[in-house]
Every structure is written in structure tokens, then in C-alpha cells.
Design a protein around this ligand. Structure first.
Ligand code: NAP
Length: 487
């Protein structure tokens, strides 16, 4: 049990904008409410930035850029390392804050704080490994110098589903590379980011390097910054629909972009799989974050020989999951983020049932306050069901059967998305064959979780552009400069 109180963690967060190293009220003193999705109650009000506030944040980032780029990499890394230590030291209170604004159970929120902190530790180590090159021109007459330099002031936009980790996954490499930034967290979950801004300031991040704008009007605040011309980069995590719109806006001033967008992960189970491991992996891939993850298994394709047994075991596990407010002991399934999420999940389940799918467990909302949906398993879900092409973003596992490897791969790849897929098989040759043919940026082979700060996370097709984490994550915030040297 946590020793910190709910009202205590909320009141400890500064709820103003963080611009140029100072906490500042929004112009006109406007605010917007943040709600607890488990109760619908308002937790607090935070500053509601105007477009002018957004420009002030960009001014601060631009003003700080040259000094920050010249800051010794070791010191940039040490700031991140101190922030890592602070995040871990305050893991319980930050987890409670996250559970209150986002709904995920406390154990998962603690896990996210550790995951988020790990991006800082990783990029603290990467800050001092930014390399370059020296080469002889092919004709021998000159030399090439290759240098890596920070991209420049960057705009970062993050979603509500991982309020801390989606921030540190961008801030870590930006700080390490020497970029200044303006970050806009999701309106539903701004508190974790506001707490993080103070942690980074306390860790020694100079004024103006990180600027945080919270707003209820994302488009009208961010579009002028994207079109301003002084920011050189947009790193966005969110839906494919918004990502497309932002890519169009970025075309105007030819901004560098990183796009971590939606997913529609297939989860393939072959007859030769270790069934215990497959069911365990299915629970992780489906239920992490209450199914509200871009990496969530969205479609289960199971080979005919084990399909009934897989469905039976998954149903048993799903039906036993305790539902409740994420702050309660033992709860595994918290609320969905809002009423719109509940409506979307309900619609997708009705659509599948209308097309012949059978509901093995769940299939309904939970009475009472908050936005709760029962863990649900469906079988005989036809490929025409909307949930095979749209993100469910909730605790619903649709199963359908396949006969051959080719059929499984064709179904898995039959989507505009390409973030992650999961494969369970004990056959080594099949493993490699299937992994190579799946059109996704990541594959979980006999495991239900792929996210790791030390690995390159990202998608292909309409799931995005670029990679976050791993040794390539910092490259998203670096430009390559080539200097031709005459001898
Ligand atoms: P979203 O609606 O696209 O919002 C994401 C962020 O963009 C929020 O901060 C949002 O602000 C902001 N935004 C919305 N419209 C905007 C606009 N016109 N201009 C500038 N910013 C705008 O997505 P979401 O519902 O928060 O998050 C869920 C989605 O994120 C899912 O599709 C999920 O798959 C994806 N996701 C992807 C990854 C990945 O790594 N690939 C990771 C996590 C989530 P407001 O909150 O104020 O609307």
C-alpha cells in the first residue's frame, strides 16, 4: 500500500504552464478540469494555454537552443541520470498520481514509472556516445568529416495512455542530443508531465530547455508552432488520424517528424505452441494497460487444432480478473479513459456479435460510476468485423481460427497498420519464416510484451515513421553534417 494520500499527490503538482524555467498562469488565467476516470470526479484544474502561450513556450525553447547544444554531453547525461534517480525514489507517489488521472491499476502505474525512468537512464548513457566519422575521399585528394548535431527546437506531443513513459521516451533523447523542446501532454492526463517538469528542473535542466504547455485546444495551440518555422522537429505519439493531419502541417516548413501512431496487432498461435505460454502472453498482450495500448493484441488468430482449448483457457483467465478503481488492492482491470471509449468498445462488440461472433465472457459495461467494461472474449469473429480493422483500445479479445501458415500471415497483414505482431510457435524454422513475413516494425516471438527502452520501438505502414528507444532513438533528434576537407 502506498503511504501517500490521493489529495496530497494531486496538490503537490504545480498546475501552471512551465515556460522558460518558470511556472506561469495561462493568459487570461484560464484553466480546464482533469477528471478521475474511475469516478468521473474532477481532481483539479490545470492551466489552459492559449496560442500566445504556445508561442511564448517556443520563444523560450528557441532562446535556449544554442547554449543547450553547447552543453557538455556528460552534463546532459548526468541531468537525465539524476532525474532517473528522482523518478525511482518517488515511484509510489507518481504512480498514484498516474492512476488518479488515467485509471490504470497502481501496480501497472508503478511499472510505467520504472519503464519511463529507464528511458532517462538509457539516454543518459547514450548522450556521451554521439559519434562522428573521418574518412578519405575515394580519389584520395580530400577528407570527409561527419558530425552529428542537435536537430534544434523540437515539438513533442504525447497521448493519455502512458502519461509518463511516452514523455520520457521523447524528452530523454532530446535532452541527450542537445535539443530544446515544447511538450504538450494529453488534456486528459497532464499531471504526470507537470510533475516530471519539476523533477527535471530540480535535476538541473537549464531554463527554457523543456517547456510544458497544457491546453484544452491542442490543434489551435500546436498548429501555429508547427507552422512557425523556428521549430525543426515534431515528435508525435497518438492516433493515425491526428498523425496524418500533423504530417500535412509539417510539410509546410519541412519539419523532421517522428510518428508513433496506432496499431492493430495480430496475435498468432500455432498448433505447435506452448499453450501455457501462449495464454500467458495473450493476457499480457491484451490486458496491459486495460487494453488501451498501441501494442495491444487486437486480433487473435489461432490454429484449428488448439483453438477451442486456447479460447477456453483465455476465457477462464479473463473472467476471473478483478475490476475496480485502480487504487484498490488487487484490481487488475481499471476504468477506460472516458465515455467515448466505452461507446467505441460497445459498438465494436455489437458489430462483431451482429456478424456471428459468440461472446464467451463479458460483452457489457459495468454498472455504477466511472467508465468500466468487462473483460471480454469473442470467438468466430469474421474478418469483416470492424474490430479486425479498427483499434479496440479496451479489454476485448476477438478470436478466429486459421488452418495454414499462409492464411494466418495473410490475415495478420490485412490491415493498414504495422506496429507489432505476436507469434507463438515452438518450431524454429516457422518462427523465422513468419517473423520475416509479418509487416510490422516489431514482433513478440513467444512473448506478449515487446516494449523495452533499450530496443527500437516503432511501426511500418500507417503505424508511423521513425523509432524511439534503443541505440537509434537518439538519431531522431540529431542531424548529420558532412564537412568536405581540402588537403
Ligand atoms: P490522439 O487523439 O491522436 O491524441 C494524441 C495527442 O495529440 C494528445 O496530446 C492530443 O491532445 C493531441 N492532439 C489531438 N489533436 C491534435 C491536433 N489537431 N493537433 C495537435 N495535437 C493534437 O490519440 P489518443 O487518443 O490520445 O491516444 C491513443 C492513440 O495513440 C491510439 O491510436 C494509440 O495506438 C496511439 N499510441 C501509439 C503509440 C506508439 O508508440 N505507436 C503509443 C501510445 C499510443 P488532446 O489530448 O488535447 O486531444
Amino acid at each position: 500500500m502506498s503511504t501517500v494520500s490521493e489529495s496530497g499527490v494531486v496538490s503537490a503538482v504545480n498546475k501552471e504552464l512551465f515556460i522558460g524555467g518558470k511556472w506561469t498562469a495561462a493568459s487570461g488565467g484560464r484553466t480546464f478540469p482533469v477528471q478521475d476516470p474511475a469516478t468521473g470526479e474532477v481532481l483539479c484544474e490545470v492551466a489552459d494555454a492559449s496560442p500566445e502561450d504556445g508561442i511564448a513556450a517556443l520563444d523560450a525553447a528557441v532562446a535556449a537552443q544554442a547554449d543547450w547544444a553547447a552543453h557538455p554531453p556528460r552534463e546532459r547525461g548526468e541531468i537525465l541520470r539524476r532525474a532517473y534517480d528522482a523518478l525511482m525514489a518517488r515511484q509510489d507517489e507518481l504512480a498514484l498520481l498516474m492512476t488518479l488521472e488515467m485509471g490504470k491499476p497502481l501496480a501497472e502505474a508503478r511499472g510505467e514509472i520504472a519503464y519511463a525512468a529507464e528511458f532517462f537512464r538509457w539516454f543518459a548513457e547514450e548522450a556521451v556516445r554521439i559519434d562522428g566519422g573521418y574518412a578519405t575521399a575515394p580519389n584520395g585528394s580530400g577528407r570527409f568529416l561527419i558530425a552529428k548535431q542537435p536537430v534544434g527546437p523540437s515539438l513533442l506531443i504525447t497521448p493519455w495512455n502512458f502519461p509518463m513513459a511516452m514523455g520520457t521516451r521523447k524528452i530523454g533523447p532530446a535532452v541527450a542530443a542537445g535539443c530544446t523542446m515544447v511538450i504538450k501532454p494529453a488534456a486528459q492526463t497532464p499531471l504526470s508531465m507537470l510533475a516530471l517538469a519539476q523533477i527535471l528542473a530540480d535535476a538541473g535542466l537549464p531554463e527554457g530547455v523543456l517547456n510544458v504547455v497544457t491546453t484544452s485546444s491542442a490543434g489551435s495551440v500546436m498548429e501555429p508552432l508547427i507552422r512557425d518555422g523556428r521549430a525543426r522537429k515534431l515528435s508525435f505519439t497518438g492516433s493515425t488520424a491526428v498523425g496524418r493531419k500533423l504530417l500535412e502541417q509539417c510539410a509546410d516548413k519541412v519539419l523532421r517528424t517522428s510518428m508513433e501512431l496506432g496499431g492493430n496487432a495480430p496475435f498468432l498461435v500455432f498448433d505447435d505452441a506452448d499453450l501455457d505460454a501462449a495464454v500467458e502472453g495473450a493476457m499480457q498482450a491484451k490486458m496491459r494497460n486495460i487494453g488501451e495500448a498501441c501494442t495491444a493484441a487486437n486480433r487473435f488468430y489461432v490454429q484449428r487444432g488448439i483453438a477451442d482449448e486456447f479460447a477456453r483457457r483465455l476465457t477462464e483467465r479473463m473472467a476471473a480478473l478483478p475490476i475496480g478503481r485502480g487504487t484498490e488492492d488487487g484490481v487488475v482491470v481499471g476504468p477506460l479513459i472516458d465515455e467515448a471509449a466505452i461507446e467505441k468498445v460497445s459498438e465494436l462488440v455489437s458489430d462483431a456479435a451482429g456478424r456471428g461472433a459468440k461472446v464467451l465472457t463479458g460483452g457489457a459495461t459495468v454498472d455504477g460510476p466511472g467508465h468500466f467494461y468487462q473483460p471480454t472474449v469473442l470467438t468466430d469473429v469474421p474478418q469483416s468485423a470492424r474490430m479486425t480493422s479498427e483499434e479496440i483500445f479496451g479489454p476485448v479479445a476477438p478470436i478466429s481460427v486459421f488452418d495454414t501458415e499462409d492464411e494466418a500471415i495473410a490475415k495478420a497483414n490485412d490491415t493498414e497498420y504495422g506496429l507489432v505482431s505476436y507469434v507463438f510457435t515452438s518450431d524454429l524454422k516457422r518462427s523465422l519464416r513468419v517473423c520475416e513475413r509479418l509487416e510490422t516494425g516489431m514482433v513478440g516471438l513467444n512473448q506478449g510484451i515487446v516494449s523495452n527502452p533499450a530496443a527500437p520501438f516503432g511501426g511500418v505502414k500507417q503505424s508511423g515513421l521513425g523509432r524511439e528507444g534503443g541505440t537509434v532513438g537518439i538519431d531522431e533528434f540529431l542531424e548529420t553534417k558532412y564537412i568536405a576537407v581540402s588537403l
